[in-house]
Design a protein around this ligand. Sequence first.
Ligand SMILES: [Fe+2]
Length: 581
Amino acid sequence: MSKLVLGLHGFSSHSARLLHDTGVSLVDQAGQIIGAVNEERLSRIKNDGHFPYLAYEALLSEYNVSPKDIDAVAFPDKKPLWQTMQTIRFLVKTYKETNLFLWKYLYASLKRAIHIKRIPVKGLIHKPTYYIEHHLCHAASAYYTAPWDDVTIVTLDGMGDYCIGGTINIGAQGKIHTLYKTNGFYSPGLFYMFITGLLGFKAGRHEGKIVGLAALGDSRKCYSQMKPLLSYCKKKHDFFSKHITFILKHARYSVDGNIQSDYICLHALFKNFSKEDIAAAAQCVLEEAVIDYIKDAVRLTGKRKLVLAGGVFANVKLNHALLNLPTIENIYIHPNMGDGGLSTGAALYVSHYLKQKKTKQPSKPVPMKTVYLGMSFSNRQIEGLLRLHPVSFKKVEHIQENIAGGLAKGLIVGNFQGRMEYGPRALGNRSILAPATDHSINVTLNNRLNRTEFMPFAPAILAEQAKLYFPKWKSDHVAANFMTITYDVCPALREKVPAIVHVDGTARPQVVYKNDNPMFYKTIQAYYEMTGIPMLINTSFNKHEEPIVCKPEEAIDVLISGCIDALAIGNFWVMRKSCEQ
Ligand SMILES: [Fe+2]
């Protein structure tokens, strides 16, 4: 193998506070992702921000790549000195506009510049290196894996390099042209993070819970208090927030400029409202502001196909609202939309850039066909590990029949097959499966997995049946292949699968095609043949607050701890000794 670009998101500093969700990716000279994995899966620290040594070693070993096969290294970042100068410029601008001088931010930025020491990995030191700015990486991750060329690319997150919170770009003929950048201090991402923190959850990690909670509240009750926190100014092509300025004054800055606030101001504003109503109002205000932004973006670019990346687009309800806009033809969200996808974005950008430079031809997007880009384990390796644990197991030829049979009996089954998924969602290969027909399964699963999800667990459904259960779904809705969007569930069928329907009548499906994951497809199909239900609950295979399992021993541990009833791993059907069937 040769001519690979390695995307590497991480600093060699010992501080994990500098970044979150670091990782590595390999992209070939045709612009195709070969493999990608985030450090958290190997280190077992959720959203790990350390330099991805473990991920690097594991990825190269999995794909049989040696450092000499790597032609270039791409970093999602700017060169340290340049970064600091840009930050100073931004701070001067902020001071002029808001009268705020963010001393602590400047201090954090300078400290970060000092901390950056690159490429401690042997064999890579003399490779050509490229530094790609944070939001350009997000844009590249979305555009170069999109099913279309000639698109509007929008990125939105908390804050990236140069304190940018979002960008509007045109993607055409293999190139990305950035039109506008929005400021990160008033970003929708930061707004939603503040609300997450205010409601007692972990900002930067538990935003998904707020999306679920929102459906349980009434957005009108504190709308007037929430609205000033986030709005989009079409004239300036930028976001604005009244109270965030106040929050920033009271904020503490970590070394990377991440903001941790006491939310004093927000507490005072919302003290008379329930968590549900606050979440509902926040979701409503976020959707309004981002819809205004997207409408402006489409007006500026004139392109109605939308490709998206950045943590804000992990919000499945927002994505639903965007797809429903009359001005939008279709949307695609990069499956690893948060900072976990930055290494891929950087590698894709450099690979396409080098290809265009060499061929003098446009290097168009290569649609994302698979997310199964991580580690895999052979039956031999799995059997060896099973023998070391207090479990009973048998080898079976058609494991999908055992899984379907177990689920039909009401068991909760861990499914561990083939290569691990890339991105935050489990899409069948590291999934916990359960029947969607049992209304109480959400409570059971939350209790057994020690989770507090306010949104029901998501279904994985056979593609041929998706239209029946989700009437607005269309076969070209790629966003549904990666569980990045919600749909209204057909009212007549909600009774049949009550476990997956949220109080607002929506669900967040993964539409499964036979070609994309034959093994997973066959499992759902076998269950369909047994029960007449073409879908299963599919949630991530992990213990409380841990990353999704990567290795067989971690899956076996989840079984032994009693979170699941049975485990299908490779060709082995495994039970705990106490509940053998
Ligand atoms: Fe980001």
